[in-house]
Design a protein around this ligand. Sequence first.
Ligand SMILES: *Cc1c(COP(=O)(O)O)cnc(C)c1O
Length: 348
Amino acid sequence: MLPEEVLKTAAAEMLDYHGCGQSVMEMSHRSKEFDDIIKSAEALFRELMNIPDNYKVLFLQGGASTQFSAIPLNLMNGSGKADYVITGQWANKAAKEAARYGEVNVVASSKDKTFSYIPKLDKSTFSSDADYFYICMNNTIYGTKYHELPDTGNVPLVADVSSCFLSEPMDVTKFGVIYGGAQKNIAPAGLTVVIIREDLIGHARDITPVMLDYKTQADADSLYNTPPCYTIYICKLVLEWIKSLGGLEAMKVRNEAKAKVLYDFLDESQMFHGTVVKEDRSLMNVPFVTGSDELNAKFIKEATAAGFVNLKGHRTVGGMRASIYNAMPIEGVKALVEFMKKFEAENK
Ligand SMILES: *Cc1c(COP(=O)(O)O)cnc(C)c1O
């Protein structure tokens, strides 16, 4: 979901953006108005995430999945090797794509227990000459998150943060590349944000499509071709909303309070149980089950009828999953827990 304030501002500015006589949907990406929008969005990203000057912020298209290819094409340029940790479907897809371009070393995987935990990493299994080390920071489908980063030394750490972008502060200096699709926490679909250390730009393989070469995009300030202007505009409004709430520290406090309401209930309920080990729980995606497929199905049906939508879990996990991204207010989580309590009492 997007913050209601943002949608209201977008609605009010729909026909005439700041008196220019056009909607943002209509304006040229070379116009002064849009130039202000994209520059403000970048400045807000830099301010909120405390992004150092030696990193570029790129506004790209193709979704997070396009980065599964762009990352090896741009970064697998030394030994041709990369380390991947397989913590779910998205990391697995990224690793499979990278294996088309070079040697992928799977450092660890949590597939043995349906990705319900983040594997403990043993540094001796890392490739010291890897061109990069890849993780999926928050595992959307399985509800796990890294609460501690792997120590990769001089090997650049690359993280897919699609489902936890801007949910809490991050130390950008620990990463070579941070990227994510915008559609889960930042904006409508159509925008992928890539935050990349400058020394990693400019070494793409010759076969790299021009649009996937980070240098093309960095040199053109993300305006090599027409960017998703309206999505970047909504992104800017969401960033302003986060800033108005107190930035990422405040967002973290808010997200922890929200997740606690649901996890506390899951820990005490006789019927509902979380599927993830406690120390690796995500603040954004909370999968849970009842222990019976019939009860799961009944719960989803009744919850949907009561207005709680998108609660069906991924088919590989079954059960339910509550996605409680930044814009979800705590009232929404409390209402879900009340509904779960009532369901439990009625279906003992
Ligand atoms: C949703 C998701 C993706 C896929 O994003 P697209 O923008 O649809 O390609 C990749 N990684 C993670 C962690 C996701 O949650």
